[in-house]
Design a protein around this ligand. Structure first.
Ligand code: SF4
Length: 494
């Protein structure tokens, strides 16, 4: 939410609760180019969709729109609605002590009552501490404006809901009473607000070092700015758990070369040593044993999927992965040039039946099916078998044939220092097959593919639609071509 004049807003207070330097930087932007956040717009759009749908829990309300009304006009409209006896207000606006807030849904607590219930809508599937702070700020402002708040609720997604037909809003959403926890936060708010105002008025940037607060509860916008001093190959690049990275940082043990190897687990030690010495590690026997678990014909398979808080199709739950695309490269024998097949759903229709029918038509029943992270592909196939009982036998015939190309890299049968401790295909490919790259692709990872799917469903311009589909096909094709080349590299090791 934007700020009202020079005052505080709810979002600025939440920023300050995470880190006062972030609050200060929001008011005094640094002379530093922050990279764009590609997810942001999609998140806003999804949040707006969820917010609008949740209003149906309390039908017949009147909205105080953000668009097209100045802040004073939003405040005046809210006041007017309250005075006129309106019982349900969406996006009601208030300002107290120069803090501006909008309440998602405000409901009068009984006929002619002077008390109100706050319903804050979130896309998550439970209540987080930051949500309590969020509603606490709203209640503080409403109380300051002379309104009594009887109860407050967090309306979140219930991910046990399965869609059948039209969305049932009372089942999709769960309203959790958070009144007591919100009340417990009221006492400290005046002092917090006073402190934040002093911080914002400071001429100099606050001296606050990086720490776990940089990503909790949210990934801070200013990470590229505040983390500039962290060198390449630092303690923060170490994979795996078990070491307290900020403890090492505070003790000046930042670069790989500074780290005491005895403190690290085997894989972390290997990551540090191979990076420092620019060495590779290959267990030829294990690589060979892995290759022997595969056979031909061999199908390199990759799905792309999307999820959304509001299930789009019958039989799906909130945030369930729904496949909309696959790419498959089929090799008849080791080293053979592969044949390529692909599927990308048309926009806006349930893609699952068409996708699985076409896939079954191209994967021979006796073929080895190679994936990269088989848990995901097998999960998708199992869901489809459950959804389409008439296809279950054909899907189940292929399920035991699924193998995982990630396995030798996760086990570190083969490790190159350029993999930076990771076994993701995005790190393994450039280390093993540098001539093939995701660089320069318009869509270069699974999240971008998911965003592209959502964008594709909204596009009306046929030219833009065709271009976007082309980019989506190119990305998914590269994923399975990468697998062909990586397997080729493994087979050369034998
Ligand atoms: S990156 Fe970390 S230290 Fe910098 S403003 Fe954000 S939370 Fe604060």
């Amino acid at each position: 939410m934007a700020r009202a004049g020079s005052g505080l807003s709810k979002s600025l207070i939440l920023k300050g609760l995470q880190c006062q330097k972030a609050l200060w930087l929001a008011k005094h932007p640094p002379d530093f180019e922050l990279p764009p956040q590609p997810d942001l717009q999609a998140k806003f759009a999804a949040g707006n969709e969820v917010g609008l749908l949740a209003q149906q829990l309390f039908p017949g309300g009147i909205e105080v729109p953000y668009e097209g009304l100045s802040f004073p006009a939003q405040l005046a409209r809210t006041k007017e609605l309250i005075e006129n006896g309106t019982d349900i207000i969406y996006e009601a606006s208030f300002s107290f002590s120069a803090i501006f807030v909008k309440a998602d849904i405000l409901v009068r607590d009984g006929d002619h009552s002077d008390s109100w219930q706050i319903y804050e809508v979130k896309m998550g599937t439970g209540v987080k501490p930051v949500n309590l702070d969020d509603v606490a700020v709203q209640q503080y402002v409403l109380n300051g404006c002379g309104l009594s708040v009887s109860r407050s609720f967090l309306v979140h997604i219930d991910n046990s809901y399965t869609r059948q037909g039209a969305i049932e809003v009372d089942k999709l959403f769960h309203a959790e009473d958070i009144s007591a926890k919100v009340a417990a936060r009221q006492q400290s708010l005046p002092e917090i607000v006073r402190e934040f105002r002093l911080t914002m008025a400071e001429k100099k940037e606050p001296i606050i070092d990086i720490g776990p607060h940089c990503t909790d509860p949210y990934e801070c916008d200013y990470i590229p700015y505040c983390w500039q001093h962290i060198p390449k190959d630092s303690v923060f690049d170490l994979r795996g758990t078990g070491i307290k990275k900020f403890d090492y940082y505070k003790n000046g043990l930042i670069r790989f070369a500074d780290l005491p190897l005895d403190d690290l687990n085997l894989k972390q030690r290997q990551q540090v040593e191979t990076t420092l010495n620019q060495q590779d590690f290959i267990d030829t026997q294990k690589v060979k044993e892995f290759a022997e678990t595969l056979w031909y014909p061999l199908c390199h398979l990759d799905f792309e999927s999307f999820n959304s808080p509001i299930p789009k199709f019958d039989g799906t739950r909130p945030y369930q992965q729904v496949p909309f695309q696959y790419s498959i490269h089929i090799q008849q024998e080791a080293g053979a040039e592969p044949q390529h097949f692909e599927y990308l759903a048309p926009p806006g229709v349930d893609p699952r039946r068409e996708l699985i029918e076409q896939l079954l038509a191209v994967i021979p029943g006796n073929a080895c099916v190679l994936t990269y992270n088989k848990a995901f592909e097998k999960g998708v196939l199992r869901n489809l078998a459950e959804l389409f009982p008439d296809l279950a036998a054909a899907i189940n015939l292929r399920l035991p044939n699924v193998r995982d190309l990630m396995l030798p890299f996760r086990r570190r049968d083969l490790y190159r220092w350029q993999m930076r401790g990771s076994y993701s295909i995005k790190e393994v490919l450039p280390a093993l097959v540098p001539e093939l790259s995701y660089a320069g692709l318009e869509i270069a990872d699974g999240m971008a593919a998911m965003r592209a799917y959502h964008a594709m469903c909204e596009l009306e311009d046929p030219v833009a639609l065709a271009e976007l589909r082309q980019a989506m096909l190119k990305y998914c094709e590269l994923d399975t071509l990468a697998m062909v080349r990586i397997l080729g590299a493994l087979e050369h090791i034998n």
